[in-house]
Design a protein around this ligand. Structure first.
Ligand code: NAD
Length: 359
């Protein structure tokens, strides 16, 4: 057996624990099939942690995450905590955990399953072959720059400053080149270098680092053009790397290529191999406790963890193949079913995928 990897498991709120349970079954199946080993430790986080411990991110949960090789997170939040003061809101815990774990990039794959092409708002022929990853910088840029109001000549003004330093750019760009190397070796760096100084520094840095990755084909795309090209030729992108706000917008746009929120996985990475993996969707309070949530986004987050943190490409591929096989056979949860009366539940979908995992 390979060395045992420590996984910090955080179910969270709403459908979080339901979808995470299925993802763990998938990980256990890969232990059997591929001989990998995992040790799971569970922690409280989000609304449930506010109720039981009086804080969204208890210190013991944070320590558990820090001692782990990777974190698997469901989702947090819900109407019960929406009117709480800021420090007692689940989302505050999310920001806190990313910061405390030093996570500086968010990775979101968008790949289109052939059998779900019809669910997208784009024409199936445009989507054909789409399989891309958006790598978004998480800690810098306009969201974190100085913000203030002042009296100007024409009344009140508001100012948001956008700041990036070379180190912040360099670490995420290197990460994106490394990810591109494990895929089709194409990287699109997105900026607005025709008008923004931060973008000019971004582009200079990308060009300098590119010299270390001669095997990766690099293109520079202006953010407005990228927004258009994602709709016109999504299949031509492999890895897209960009700063915080551009990435926020483009990753949501790319997500919609695939049609359903219940299918989208994500990772947040820092230095080294450690990462936090979670579905893109939230806690879906409207369907929580009914056993009907789609577990595929969380299961595909495990495949992402296997690729990016552990380098278990064989098991990652087996999970992705199993998901495809189950969908191709016509099985659907309610969110992706055309005929809702034939929809299956969370556990049934999880079981079908587990049973389809093989070498
Ligand atoms: P949501 O993603 O929870 O739900 C949006 C819609 O998609 C709902 O109709 C829901 O039923 C459906 N949906 C989502 N995931 C699904 C799945 N796996 N299977 C089937 N249907 C699914 O977004 P929201 O309603 O805006 O937010 C609900 C709560 O989740 C809020 O408290 C929000 O703050 C929180 N949230 C948390 C995270 C996170 O933990 N990272 C992310 C987004 C939202």
């Amino acid at each position: 057996m390979a060395d045992v990897k420590k996984i910090a498991v955080i179910g969270g709120d709403g459908i979080g624990p339901e979808v995470v349970a299925e993802a763990i079954k998938v990980m256990k199946k890969t232990e059997e099939v591929f001989g990998y080993g995992f040790e799971f430790e569970h922690g409280l986080f989000g609304g449930i942690a506010i109720d039981e411990k009086g804080t969204p991110l208890p210190e013991e949960t944070l320590q558990m995450c820090k001692k782990s090789d990777a974190v698997l997170l469901g989702a947090v939040g819900g109407p019960k905590w929406d009117s709480n003061p800021k420090e007692l809101r689940p989302e505050t815990g999310l920001l806190g955990i990313r910061k405390a774990l030093g996570l500086f990039s968010n990775i979101r794959p968008a790949n289109v399953f052939d059998c779900l092409k019809e669910a997208s708002t784009l024409k199936p022929e445009v989507l054909e072959g789409t399989d891309l990853i958006v790598v978004r910088e998480l800690t810098g840029g306009i969201y974190f720059g100085e913000k203030f109001r002042r009296e100007g000549e024409n009344g009140q003004e508001a100012v948001d400053t956008c700041v990036y330093n070379v180190n912040e750019i360099e670490r995420i760009v290197r990460q994106a080149f490394e990810i591109a190397r494990t895929r089709s070796k194409r990287l699109a760096s997105v900026d607005k270098a025709n008008v923004l100084e931060t973008s000019r520094l971004w582009r200079e840095t990308v060009i300098r680092i590119a010299a270390d990755y001669p095997d990766v084909e690099l293109e520079h795309v202006l953010v407005d053009n990228c927004a258009m090209q994602l709709l016109r030729r999504p299949a031509s992108f492999d890895v897209i790397v960009t700063e915080n706000m551009f990435g926020d917008i483009l990753s949501d746009e790319a997500a919609m290529l695939t049609g359903s929120i219940g299918m989208l996985s994500s990772a947040s990475l820092g230095e080294g191999a450690f990462g936090l993996y979670e579905p893109v969707h939230g806690s879906a309070p409207d369907i929580a406790g009914q056993g009907i949530a789609n577990p595929i986004a969380t299961i595909l987050s495990v495949a992402l963890m296997f690729r990016l943190t552990f380098g278990y490409h064989d098991a990652a591929e087996a999970i992705e193949r199993a998901v495809k096989e189950v969908l191709d056979a016509g099985h659907r949860t309610g969110d992706i079913a055309v005929d809702k009366s034939k929809a299956i539940g969370t556990v049934a979908m999880g079981e079908l995928i587990v049973n389809a995992i093989r070498k």
